[in-house]
Design a protein around this ligand. Structure first.
Ligand code: 1GP
Length: 238
């Protein structure tokens, strides 16, 4: 129970998002080694569209690090049975049945057979400036960033449905991350670990998200551009 144990530790978790298409094998090895040294808590694997093999990427990471590898799949075809856990996302801010339940049905038997830890997660897209890949690919409308009441009610409904985590997502490479006001307001109403990602680029933003109540922050895009900031981002998260 990798995720459950990590959340219980209450230390402020840092997740590194790896999009398999963004790294060569050599870069992936370097990234994984640096992640281990920096104290990254988990590696999320996935993307809106993937050309590179999820299974090969996972194997490359696994060879050089003991960091738990957690699937963060954009759709059912990204499922690989060899991960440690899966963020089983239900896109509850949207009304597209494929991302609320459809992909889950397709993968349910494979998931059961894999035996990996399942983290049922309410995935909430918040508007962040411009159209993001996840918004376009999921054909859903993000919640406007000034509609905090709608974000709260959506997160609350996710908890009432029995989901175990809430992911506040601005979208990879977002112009603006989810606001600290939204994070802190959701934390007032929802008694679940809150994951925050999308557009976090520097230690100040990571620190602000944590101070507002995020249990885990996720960074991908900023590290594709400059891996040198990894240590500072992890430190800011604690
Ligand atoms: C995207 O929340 C993750 O799904 C991470 O976003 O790539 O912008 O860090 P970034």
């Amino acid at each position: 129970m990798v995720y459950t144990q990590l959340v219980k530790s209450q230390k402020g978790l840092f997740a590194l998002l790896v999009d398999p298409d963004k790294y060569s094998v050599d870069d992936l090895i370097d990234l994984s080694q640096r992640a281990q040294t920096a104290g990254v808590d988990m590696i999320l694997l996935g993307g809106s569209i993937t050309q590179a093999s999820m299974a090969d990427t996972l194997l490359t990471i696994r060879r050089v690090t003991s960091i738990p590898i957690v699937l963060f799949p954009g759709n059912a075809i990204q499922f690989v049975p060899t991960a440690d856990a899966i963020l089983l996302l239900s896109l509850i801010s949207g009304r597209n049945p494929d991302f609320l339940i459809g992909n889950h049905v397709l993968v349910s038997h494979s998931l059961r057979k894999s035996g990996m830890e399942i983290i049922p997660t309410g995935y909430i897209l918040v508007e962040s400036g411009r159209v993001t890949s996840v918004q376009y690919m999921s054909r859903t409308v993000p919640i406007p960033r000034d509609k905090c009441d709608i974000v709260i009610a959506t997160a609350l409904a996710g908890q009432q449905l029995g989901l175990k985590s809430i992911y506040l997502e601005a979208g990879s490479g977002a112009e603006m991350p989810v606001s600290t006001q939204i994070i802190s307001e959701v934390c007032k109403y929802v008694d679940l670990p809150i994951i925050v990602g999308g557009g976090l680029r520097n230690p100040e933003q990571v620190k602000a998200a944590r101070s507002a109540g995020a249990s885990m922050v996720v960074v991908g895009n900023a590290l594709e551009k400059d891996l040198g900031i990894l240590k500072d981002l992890v430190s800011a998260c604690r």
